[in-house]
Ligand binder design. Structure first.
Ligand code: FEO
Ligand code: CA
Ligand code: CA
Ligand code: CA
Length: 598
């Protein structure tokens, strides 16, 4: 191979093991540092006054949060500018008032107006320029003209089939064309034309009110299917201070969340666009791949128990010569949902097709999807329910591996599988009370991502190689793992290195039902099928956004919500007197500065 590297000689580092240390651990020969953290200024102003925010944020703090890095960093996307400058696009999934504010009780408290405002602006997305220092690590650039905060209040456009639909209209937007903000941005993907597809996941969490007093049956039934309103709304308080988050004042606002949102990191004047042809659900990730014929395929998961896996195939073709010609590509095409058969085959079932301004009705769907086929995009779950799709164990990240030309899907866990009143096991979700999670590898027919047929294998049944309970034991491609293999649970996010090795970040190891250890990053060598642990995070955190620099000499990931669920930490302990833990993007390099995967 290139430079004398052969696949089997990759990932030569000595594995670490799951632990409970109050720091980030990496293998010998690697170094780790913080790149940017919650509250760091993107402009030339002051950082957020974390300790004052903790005591009770002021309107001045709310104003600073609009210009400072947001909370709970999730997806990280690296976009090259030059060999030593790049843009990072980072999602800010949600906020933890119990960690941000003194005395906030998860069971009883409601936020003040200033706390709610600060949290609304701590959500969304950051675009931030980074540059390489002489020691090979990266620093972010304060005041870069590229730096941008998109928050829960930034104007986003609506495009695609649902634009202008009656369910998309509200009193502040009577034509159904724009929305304030993007929320619960979990994972995401990068397009070949250099934009980000950020995914609105648990958007229901922000909506309060009383479902039974909504008189429109259709509105009520769709909200019910998506869990709107949510008891979690009390933790954010948005519905108390903004009418649009109260479903009784503004019953349609929730239809304007739950989308894939396209952002151009290179041009801060372009508003984010909610691409409604990609369907509405609790979007976890959106990974693109260009098929041989030039059409673009987007793989997506709906992360809730017993929800589905989707893909979208564009009608038009990717134009590598004209960047902006691709900006409307995701508005036309066909949305599919996956069915996994027990014989290790599967099919992509069409839900609906957008052709020009028209949605072609699906003959296999009953009313009201026939007379109003746009509902396939607004109530995508409802349509998928009627088409025989397979109910999965919480589909999280879903990524195309360019080396193996297959798609990896993380099914994080589903402790209700097989419980009474819930669906039982099937070959693709084989464990009852699935606490550990699993990973499926999908091979599209003829390696063509536009195919409607595929085969699949169980790449990993997560767990501990030493477990005596079969449902908690680690299997890799059907083989029990060696006893020296590190235990793994709750796979969530993926990245692939240049050789096709799978980098797996977890969200759930700390649970006593799983490993009772910190979450981490693991690597699966796709040739030797060997699993190692590369990094472990702070107590209570999940690890997200695994990403490489373009030269693979830096590995980025995030330490999201350190201290959650009562974990006792104030990580990252920077000696600056700040009393709260701070979610951060971190970076890892080899001490010899070579590629991380060697
Ligand atoms: Fe936000 Fe499904 O993780
Ligand atoms: Ca996730
Ligand atoms: Ca990913
Ligand atoms: Ca997760």
């Amino acid at each position: 191979g290139e430079g004398g590297i052969t696949p089997t000689s990759s990932l030569s580092y000595k594995t670490i093991y799951p632990n409970n240390e109050d720091r980030v651990v990496v293998p010998e020969g690697y170094r780790v540092s913080i790149l940017i953290k919650w509250g760091d200024p993107l402009d030339n102003g002051e950082p957020l006054n974390w300790n004052r925010v903790y005591e009770g944020p002021t309107t001045e703090d709310v104003e600073r949060q609009k210009r400072c890095f947001g909370y709970n960093a999730d997806f990280v996307g690296f976009f090259k500018l030059t060999s030593d400058r790049a843009l990072l696009v980072v999602n800010h999934e949600y906020t933890n008032p119990e960690l941000m504010f003194r005395g906030f009780d998860l069971n009883t408290s409601t936020p003040t107006r200033e706390q709610a405002d600060l949290m609304l602006h701590a959500h969304g997305v950051s675009v931030v320029e980074i540059r390489r220092k002489s020691d090979g690590s990266w620093e972010y650039v304060k005041g870069s003209p590229f730096n941008r905060r998109i928050t829960g209040d930034t104007v986003c456009l609506i495009s695609g089939p649902a634009m202008g639909h009656r369910l998309m209209k509200t009193s502040y937007d009577p034509n159904g064309l724009l929305v304030y903000g993007t929320l619960n941005n979990c994972a995401a993907g990068k397009t070949p034309w250099g934009t980000v597809l950020t995914c609105e996941e648990n958007f229901h969490s922000y909506f309060g009110g009383d479902l039974s007093s909504i008189s429109d049956d259709l509105v009520r039934s769709i909200h019910q299917r998506y869990g709107v309103p949510s008891r979690r709304a009390r933790l954010y308080g948005f519905h108390m201070y903004y009418d649009r988050f109260n479903i009784n004042r503004e019953p349609n606002e929730a239809f304007r969340f739950g989308w894939v949102v396209e952002i151009d990191p290179y041009d801060h004047t372009r508003p984010p666009v909610k691409r409604t042809a990609l369907g509405r659900f609790k979007h976890e990730a959106a990974t693109t791949v260009v098929a041989n014929d030039g059409r673009v395929v987007v793989y997506m998961g709906d992360d809730e128990r017993f929800e589905y896996i989707y893909k979208f195939v564009t009608k038009g073709k990717y134009n590598p010569l004209n960047r902006t010609a691709n900006f409307g590509l995701l508005d036309e095409g066909t949305l599919y949902v996956a069915k996994f058969n027990d014989d290790l085959t599967g099919e992509w079932i069409p839900i609906a097709t957008v052709d020009g301004n028209r949605v072609i009705p699906n003959p296999n769907l009953p009313e009201p999807f026939q007379s109003d086929p746009v509902l396939c995009f607004i109530n995508t779950r409802g349509a998928a329910d009627l088409l025989g799709a397979t109910k999965m164990d919480r589909p999280e990240d879903f990524e195309w591996n360019p080396i193996t030309k297959s798609v990896f899907v993380a099914l994080t866990y589903n402790e209700r599988r097989g419980q009474s009143g819930y669906p039982g096991t099937d070959k693709a979700n084989p464990r009852p009370l699935n606490h550990m999670g699993h990973i499926i590898e999908i091979k599209e027919q003829n390696n063509d991502p536009t195919s409607t047929r595929f085969t699949w294998v169980m790449a990993m049944l997560c767990g501990d190689p030493r477990a005596t309970d079969e449902n908690r034991k680690l299997y890799i491609y059907g083989q029990p793992a060696k006893e020296t293999t590190p235990a793994i649970s709750a796979p969530d996010n993926f990245a692939f290195d240049k050789l096709g090795n799978v980098w797996i970040a977890t969200d759930g190891n700390p649970s006593p039902n799983r490993l009772a250890k910190n979450d981490g990053v693991y690597t699966l060598n796709v040739y030797t099928k060997e699993l190692k642990m590369f990094l472990s995070g702070a107590p209570g955190c999940e690890i997200c956004g695994p990403e490489f620099s373009e030269d693979y000499k830096t590995f980025f990931c995030t330490i999201q919500h350190p201290g959650e669920d009562g974990a006792n930490t104030r990580w990252p302990y920077l000696g600056d007197g700040v009393v709260v833990p701070r979610p951060s993007v971190i970076q890892v390099q080899r001490e010899d500065r070579k590629e991380v995967y060697l």
